[in-house]
Design a protein around this ligand. Sequence first.
Ligand SMILES: [Zn+2]
Length: 254
Amino acid sequence: MTEFNLNPIKLTQELVKCQSITPKDDGALLVVQDHLSSMGFDCAPLVFSGNGSYEVKNLFATIGSDGPHLAFAGHTDVVPPGNESSWKHPPFSAIIEDDKLYGRGTEDMKSNIACFISATEQFLKKNGKNFGGKISFIITGDEEGEAINGTPQIMEWTKKQNIKIDHCLVGEPTSNAKIGDKVKIGRRGSVNFFLTVKGVQGHTANGHRAQNPVHCLTKLISNILEKPLDEGNEFFYHQLCKFLLLMLVILPIM
Ligand SMILES: [Zn+2]
């Protein structure tokens, strides 16, 4: 079995314990930065603000010299844990029970960042710092929120620094049964829209003149859900509509 100096499970626990609910960082990026610095990375903490959004902490870290440039991209922020009493273990406790690690952000995507760091450490141990290329970490503190002062701003910054990246591995949850058992060339897209269905008011005595918008809406929803949005291709299944944001204008029958 591989001997890990930086054990990815312990690293994940360290990250999960940071309550980094967007846009709060709670030290999560510093955990990443400290480990990368100790491995010889040049770390540039990048704080972006403005652009009509809140301030966000980010990190760009790099090691190596000329040659192919591989970047790991990810985020340290997590979505809110919701009702904490619904959790088996507190959402930021990172408790392991029956080989399962419990905690908000374990899958999306603190374990992934932990694996990036641990794998890089193994790689550098084996190949040294002069491995004939460059490895970078593009880590944002805002992917789950507005995501305006996160990765897009880091990419603008890299452009200004004339940093060119040849390949990028994004650590979003993709695996089926075991981490790393599946790699995709992209992710699904998304579309958001509002649907307004107007009914017709009416008195119960003249119910036949009224129209309940919900009746129309149920037909509409089942139609949208049943029909694939596209045919898919050799890399992706066809897309089905999974989420609907609805705005109803209900004019009741009185
Ligand atoms: Zn994610």
